[in-house]
Design a protein around this ligand. Structure first.
Ligand code: PEP
Ligand code: MN
Length: 346
């Protein structure tokens, strides 16, 4: 069951609801969104109904949610949500009505490489900069990222370029340092079901980009989002990044139907990562076009000033002409789907 509080509900109103629920032996989880607070209840439904919570001051509505994910369910919040990322002056929306380009290097390698990638990204109309400082690599011998040094580089490049930063967190122990430097915390495919990490990012007070586990069903993915929401953070953006199938001509198989399926089940924004889905530069623009057409709220792509010498995922990185083609596709197609873009001038 979910309690929706009125926009002007006071802290005392919220505490009164939580108090009444806890006195009954059930549990209450408070999630504070930008517009309103919602309280997820766990306990016997008939007993919770008997508490007559609807009559308490500050309560706008009480919903019985049938989906196993409650707070992220569209049953709970029929209007699709927009998540805002970044500080004053650089805040970027991800959600219905806009089409957001997130671009940058797969991994932060040097200050200069990150700066050049960010310049390319910004020129293509990106409103958010991606870049991995902590890299979850399949091989322990592969480049693992610069760690905290990489976070510092991202902070410097943000100050120069003015784009909020999205970066991955791989270990709950790093939450303070990553949250200090990032505007949005990315949870990657390999960590989608790392429940301690999901709870940690749920408490960190920063928007979260939650990638789909490469072997996860959509329901498992939404349950992972629920872990974050249950810890008080409703600013979650989902990212379809391809799943494992028998097909081996691409790195993963982009499950494009996940976009409208998620949109009917959840109010959370959803974007597509055509770079990690395909692993192939030549497929990034066509798949990004598909993402726009299917109704995604944005794309996240790898960009590198010198893909040939990239330390991570060079074969899928865009540079130069491909990036211009992507920018042109977004500029021309997204408005046809009713999406506003922050694209570069034509
Ligand atoms: C990434 O975006 O850098 C990344 C590692 O992606 P994924 O978790 O989707 O593989
Ligand atoms: Mn990568």
């Amino acid at each position: 069951m979910v309690i929706v509080m009125k926009p002007d509900a006071s802290a005392a109103d919220i505490a009164a609801v939580v108090g009444r629920v806890e006195e009954s032996g059930a549990e209450a989880f408070v999630s504070r969104g930008v517009m309103r607070t919602i309280i997820g209840l766990v306990g016997d439904v008939a007993m919770l109904h008997g508490l007559n919570l609807r009559a308490l001051p500050g309560v706008a509505d009480v919903h019985r949610i049938t989906a196993p994910y409650k707070l992220v369910s569209r049953e709970n919040h029929p209007k699709r949500s927009t998540v805002w990322v970044g500080g004053v002056g650089t805040r970027a929306p991800i959600g219905p009505g806009s089409f957001t380009l997130i671009a940058g290097p797969c991994a932060v390698e040097t200050h200069q490489q990150t700066l050049q990638a960010a310049q390319l990204a910004k020129a293509a109309g990106a409103t958010l900069l991606r870049g991995g400082a902590f890299k979850p690599r399949t091989s322990p011998y592969a480049f693992q990222g610069l760690g905290v040094e990489g976070l510092k580089i991202l902070g410097e490049v943000r100050a120069t370029i003015g784009l909020p930063v999205v970066t991955e967190i791989v270990d709950a122990h790093d939450i303070d340092v990553v949250a200090e430097h990032a505007d949005m915390l990315q949870v990657g495919t390999r960590n989608m079901a790392n429940f301690a990490l999901l709870q940690a990012v749920g408490e960190a007070g920063k928007p979260v980009l939650l990638k789909r586990g490469m072997q996860a069903t959509i329901e498992e993915w939404l349950m992972a989002a629920e872990y974050i929401a249950q810890r008080g953070n409703l600013d979650v953006v989902l990212c379809e990044r391809g799943i494992r199938t028998f097909e081996n001509s691409t790195r993963n198989t982009l499950d494009i139907s996940a976009v409208p399926v998620v949109q009917t089940s959840s109010h959370l924004p959803i974007i597509v990562d055509p770079s990690h889905a395909s692993g192939r530069r030549d497929l990034v623009v066509p798949l990004a076009r598909a993402a726009i057409a299917v109704g995604a709220d944005g794309v996240i792509v790898d960009v590198h000033p010198d893909p040939q010498n990239a330390l991570c995922d060079g074969p899928q990185a865009l540079a130069g002409d491909d990036l211009l083609e992507l920018a042109a596709a977004i500029r021309s197609l997204a408005p046809l789907l009713g999406r506003h873009t922050a694209g570069p001038p034509a």
